[in-house]
Design a protein around this ligand. Structure first.
Ligand SMILES: *[C@@H]1O[C@H](CO)[C@@H](O)[C@H](O)[C@H]1NC(C)=O
Ligand SMILES: *[C@@H]1O[C@H](CO)[C@@H](O)[C@H](O)[C@H]1NC(C)=O
Ligand SMILES: *[C@@H]1O[C@H](CO)[C@@H](O)[C@H](O)[C@H]1NC(C)=O
Ligand SMILES: *[C@@H]1O[C@H](CO)[C@@H](O)[C@H](O)[C@H]1NC(C)=O
Ligand SMILES: *[C@@H]1O[C@H](CO)[C@@H](O)[C@H](O)[C@H]1NC(C)=O
Ligand SMILES: CC(=O)N[C@H]1CO[C@H](CO)[C@@H](O)[C@@H]1O
Length: 252
């Protein structure tokens, strides 16, 4: 009898282990500006090359404390609408269902401290962020969530973060987080363009410009359906496997 209970307990343990694994580990991964994706090590590509400065920058007037940034790194640049350089930005890929961007924002510091960027996901206009400096606030705001989007299909998304337009801007990227279900197999599908969505922080939300002449349709994806199906199948087989162990234990 004691043996039976032991086996039963073990069967239950196996059942819940299986359930846990197949329900998936929803995890967050980081993409540091410098060290890159915590799994692949691939960093974002910053454009134009050579225009982005690390904390050690000798000629930079605005000097955030790198110790307070993620991984003690950041890359910053200043955008000048009439400058020779043109738009500034960075691109990266991620495979996941949600994305969060974290910047260093600047307030009570002399210089160009306004921050603005547009986000394109898979080529679609997926949002805009604007920070108007508050001269009465502390100089620097670290690890600020400036953009987030959730509910994406878990496929290969390409992200472009671009600063352009009429205003001079300070852009300081620290890191990104993306969310994925790591029980799903790697996707072999590229995401479709993500259309306009509300975004921004509570302090500085502004609506998307409606000037886009390339309407980005909402993004249906067949991959999400099949991924969910795979997940369900794994779940179902785990439950069956667990139940079989459970029944075996009762019969033992
Ligand atoms: C992932 O990070 C975001 C942003 O920090 C957070 O809101 C979310 O709860 C995290 N999700 C998980 C699964 O840790
Ligand atoms: C930067 O931040 C660290 C951690 O809070 C602190 O110890 C250090 O004194 C700061 N450096 C400057 C120059 O403010
Ligand atoms: C970056 O920071 C994370 C979280 O603190 C840490 O786990 C990771 O080892 C750091 N990476 C590097 C390259 O320092
Ligand atoms: C995602 O797509 C990009 C661009 O097509 C490609 O370079 C990259 O290898 C893909 N990554 C994965 C994990 O499939
Ligand atoms: C990815 O898709 C392509 C074309 O659909 C296919 O030829 C290839 O075998 C797939 N690779 C994987 C790893 O599934
Ligand atoms: C985690 C988080 O900050 N989520 C935010 C993402 O953006 C939406 C829309 O702006 C907010 O409502 C969420 O709080």
């Amino acid at each position: 009898m004691a043996q039976g209970f032991k086996t039963l307990a073990f069967a239950l343990f196996v059942l819940f282990q299986h359930l846990h694994t197949s329900l998936g580990a929803i995890v967050n991964r980081t993409i540091d500006d410098t060290f890159g994706d915590e799994v692949t090590g691939v960093p974002p590509v910053f454009l134009p090359p050579g225009m982005w400065n690390p904390p050690e920058c000798g000629h930079c007037d605005i000097r955030p404390n790198a110790s307070l940034s993620f991984n003690e790194t950041y890359l910053e640049t200043t955008y000048l609408p009439d400058g020779p350089v043109g738009p500034v930005g960075f691109t990266f890929n991620f495979e996941g269902t949600a994305l969060y961007l974290f910047f260093i924002l600047v307030n009570g510091v002399d210089g160009i401290t306004y921050t603005e960027f547009d986000v394109k996901i898979n080529g679609g206009d997926a949002g805009k962020f604007v920070h108007t400096p508050d001269p009465t606030a502390p100089g620097f705001a670290y690890q600020q969530l400036t953009y987030n989007i959730t509910g994406l299909p878990q496929v290969n998304h390409s992200v472009e973060v671009i600063t352009q337009g009429q205003l001079r801007a300070y852009v300081n990227f620290d890191y990104a987080i993306y969310t994925l279900d790591d029980a799903l197999p790697p996707s072999n599908t590229s995401g479709t363009p993500i259309g306009p969505r509300p975004t921004g922080t509570p302090s500085s939300p502004i609506p998307n410009p409606s000037s886009s002449n390339t309407p980005a349709p909402p993004a249906p994806s067949t991959t999400r359906g099949s991924s969910a199906l795979i997940s369900q199948n794994i779940l179902a087989s785990s439950v069956i496997g667990g139940l079989a162990a459970f029944i075996a234990a009762i019969l033992a």
